[in-house]
Ligand binder design. Structure first.
Ligand SMILES: Cc1ncc(COP(=O)(O)O)c(C=O)c1O
Length: 402
């Protein structure tokens, strides 16, 4: 019998995605060109932002957002050591750009129910040095954005929304990623859409947009609003090679843009399929004769329209002792699983290596999520009956490890 496999992602690419990728390779125009630009325009319009810039990953989009805040061409430059608030349940590359730009991360605990930042605890961490919040919209959900925006406005903070796990989700009908100064997205494997690797960053300010373009391409002035001025001022230098600041090469290929563009057009369909699959799995679990509240599921604020990234579980306390054996059992039986992002990031080795200062008691929920949480995939094809039955059977096996 074929071994059962339930991966974090399956069959993400349809025939048209592959045909488009192949056609671009055949065209030999692999470096960034008009398909990327067309996709950026389309993405910005659909998401509800003025500008969008495609990158080679969501991590690169985060790096660009934080680098823009410290760039000399920015209207308001963050000084070294400025404090940036970030939830303890975050991804590594939500955090590292803060340090890479000589800024100081200040960690805040999250809510147990939604895995997203706890706004009451956040308020307590704001002081004169606080300049921005790097918000992470965890696994297709968000915090209460109305309340958060009040805090942001009252304290004149900048907001960067790491939306890498939540493309297409809305809060109060507004797309996540469009509330702040920058919103970032990832098109990595198992995200809402995937081009293998890829990402996007959106913003509404023309100056920011042009800084981002320069950051993405070596720090040169080409294709930016700054070019005209520097071209005139430095007329002896070849104007194609005028450098105006720190920069990277974070550009995607046309192949990535072509594939992601085609997938983005069916984003709503993919989101809905994931919603359907989630309901099927949870209903089947809860209606099973062996269901004994072995797991808890996230609570969804009524103003959120989620865009699920995976299916997270919190193991009930009674079953927690054998979590590792249980997760190994799932893996051995073909069910890929992983922690809720990186658990409490403060427990990671990097936290010691970089000497992050924090009070362990302030992070009870993040610790609990690390201790009790895990997630499995949520596919973009309707789940088959035999798959649900197997999944439910293996998940309910947790009772056998008591
Ligand atoms: C919250 C969050 N931010 C950033 C990233 C980085 O995205 P990428 O893998 O495209 O670099 C991830 C990746 O999964 C993520 O979960």
């Amino acid at each position: 019998m074929k071994k059962f496999k339930y991966k974090l992602l399956s069959n993400a690419f349809n025939k048209k995605d592959i045909d488009i990728g192949t056609k671009i390779i055949r065209s030999k125009q692999l470096t960034i060109s008009f398909i990327t630009r067309k996709f950026e325009k389309y993405f910005a319009k659909k998401i509800g932002a003025k500008y969008a810039i495609m990158t080679n990953s969501g991590s690169s989009a985060n790096l660009m957002a934080l680098s823009a805040l410290t760039n000399p061409l920015s209207k308001k430059i963050f000084k070294p050591g400025s404090e940036i608030i970030i939830p303890a349940v975050c991804w590594s590359t939500s955090l590292w750009p803060i340090l890479q730009n000589n800024l100081k991360p200040v960690f805040v605990d999250v809510e147990l129910d939604s895995f997203n930042i706890d706004l009451d605890k956040l308020k307590k961490k704001i002081n004169k040095k606080t300049k921005a919040i790097v918000l992470v919209h965890v696994l297709g959900l968000s915090t209460n954005m109305k309340k958060l925006m009040k805090i942001v406005k009252k304290n004149k903070l900048d907001l960067i929304e790491d939306t890498c796990e939540s493309l297409g989700a809305t809060y109060d009908k507004k797309k996540l990623g469009t509330y702040g100064r920058f919103g970032t997205y990832s098109f990595y494997y198992s995200h809402q859409i995937t081009s293998g690797e890829g990402g996007m960053i959106v913003c509404n300010n023309r100056n920011d947009y042009n800084i981002l373009k320069s950051l993405r391409s070596h720090g040169w002035s080409r294709d930016t609003i700054f070019h005209k001025y520097y071209k005139k001022k430095y007329s002896k230098i070849d104007h194609n090679f005028l450098f105006i600041g720190p920069g990277y090469n974070l550009r995607p290929t046309e192949i990535q843009a072509g594939i992601a563009f085609n997938q983005f057009k069916r984003l709503e369909k993919l989101i809905n399929l994931r919603k359907v699959n989630r309901s099927i799995i949870i209903n089947k679990l809860k209606n099973h004769p062996e269901w004994n509240n072995q797991f808890e599921f996230v609570k969804i604020d009524k103003l959120i329209n989620p865009s699920w990234f995976g299916l997270p579980f919190m193991i009930s306390n009674k079953y927690i002792k054998k979590k590792k054996i249980f997760l190994d059992f799932l893996s051995k039986n073909g069910i890929e699983n992983r922690p809720i992002i990186s658990g409490n990031f403060l427990n990671q080795p990097a936290s010691k290596l970089y000497n992050f200062k924090y009070n362990r008691n302030d992070f009870r929920n993040a610790n609990e999520i690390e201790k009790r949480g895990f997630f499995i995939g949520l596919h973009t094809n309707k789940i088959k009956t035999y798959e649900v039955n197997r999944l439910v059977k293996y998940l309910l096996n947790i009772g056998k490890f008591l």
